[in-house]
Design a protein around this ligand. Structure first.
Ligand code: CP
Length: 381
């Protein structure tokens, strides 16, 4: 299979066969890494890692992964680049693409902003754009999650249940992309998915629709409940984690100053605090199957999202899950990045023009703005 030059922005952009190829390559690279075999698949290539948000796992998976592939990764903090003075996504894409072989981006805290930014960069460059987490999906995380689940239960996951649940966190209003990425990906790979959240913590309509459509096509189940206990009941995998209140997160698109953003964050955390009892503890773990595993993308708010007894307990797979971020990041870079000249073996269909990407971004922004307006008027009432 040839995925050279392909952007990796949402798992929805890839077929099951293409994702299977990436999983197989991840497992191979993991084995090579464990056995100390060299994997110089991208000698002398350069990946630019552009971050609009903080990171521990993702940044280090890509930096270490690039080195292990014979490439080099540059870390770019967006606030230290000319993006903070208004340089456009297109210009940034053209410039970085002209100097290297891949651009990976994290832009995850504002619904309606990150995914469209990535698609604008992607439309402006011939090098692959890799999503290190946006407002819609966290596709390098969920691929690592799927690898971890298969390592535990085997390839055939049919009939097994994953509970994706909101959990309380006081640290910050976390992006929506992990639960959204999980419900869309896992429904395609044999798992029955139950999503649980309080009413204010809904996910994007697009992702809910994709999850429903994926489940119908794959013959799996996708159900939504309003409490954690119901979700955990009889689950094989529990994945409780926090995310920000949807309407408040959508308001961010219109906020201009740091002070406005700080106030929005405070409101988000106040709303989180309404649901302090949404914690993954030993009582709740007993609702799941005896051999159920506990997963979290990390960082976890210990004592709030999850008790120490659970995250450090025998059912937790969070550390192998985190290590798998390295192997999947490497597989995605190795599969999509390529040496010049590109023209000789570019298999991609014609890329969307920058104009089309801008139009798509405008539509996402309009939808988010509409939702924010609705939330504001509901608040006034
Ligand atoms: N899970 C994850 O994306 O971790 P980081 O935010 O540390 O990259």
């Amino acid at each position: 299979m040839n995925l050279k030059g392909r952007d990796y922005i949402e798992t929805q952009d890839f077929t099951v066969e293409e994702l299977e190829y990436l999983l197989k390559l991840s497992a191979k690279l993991k084995d090579d890494f464990r056995k100390g075999r060299p994997t110089q698949l991208l000698p002398n290539q350069t990946a630019f890692l552009l971050f609009f948000d903080k990171s521990t796992r993702t940044r280090n998976a890509f930096e270490a992964g690039a080195t292990q592939l014979g490439a080099h990764a540059h870390f770019l903090d967006s606030s230290a680049t000319q993006i903070s003075h208004g340089e456009t996504a297109e210009d940034t894409g053209i410039i970085l693409g002209s100097m290297g072989h891949g651009i990976a981006i994290r832009h995850d805290l504002i619904p309606g902003a990150g995914n469209s930014y990535m698609r604008q960069v992607a439309a402006a460059t011939d090098v692959p754009v890799i999503n290190m987490q946006c407002d819609i999906d966290h596709p390098t995380q969920t691929l690592a999650d799927l690898l971890t689940i298969r390592e535990t239960f085997g390839k055939n996951l049919r009939g097994r249940k994953i509970a994706v649940s909101w959990a309380y966190a006081p640290s910050y209003a976390k992006p929506l992309s992990v639960p959204q990425g999980l419900i869309t990906l896992m429904t395609r790979f044999g798992l029955d998915v139950t999503l649980a959240m309080p009413p204010e913590f809904k996910l994007m309509d697009k992702c809910m629709e994709d999850a429903r459509r994926n489940a119908a096509a794959a013959g799996t189940k996708f159900e939504v409940v309003d409490n954690m206990d119901d979700a955990f009941e009889n689950a094989d995998i529990v994945y409780p984690k926090s995310w920000g209140a949807f309407d408040l997160m959508c308001e961010r698109l219109d906020l201009k100053t740091q002070d406005q953003l700080r106030k929005n964050e405070e409101e988000c955390l106040k709303l989180n605090a309404k649901y302090k009892d949404w914690i993954c503890d030993e009582r709740r773990m007993k609702l799941a199957k005896k051999k159920a595993i506990y997963m979290h993308c990390l960082p976890a708010d210990r004592g709030n999202e999850v008790t120490d007894a659970v995250i450090d307990g025998p059912q937790s797979v969070v550390f192998p899950e985190a290590e798998n971020r390295l192997h999947t990041a490497k597989a995605i870079m190795a599969a999509t990045m390529r040496e010049r000249p590109f023209e000789k073996y570019d298999p991609r269909p014609k890329k969307k023009t920058a104009k089309a990407a801008k139009k798509a971004a405008k539509a996402v922004k309009a939808k988010a703005a509409k939702s924010a307006k609705k939330a504001k008027s509901a608040k006034k009432k």
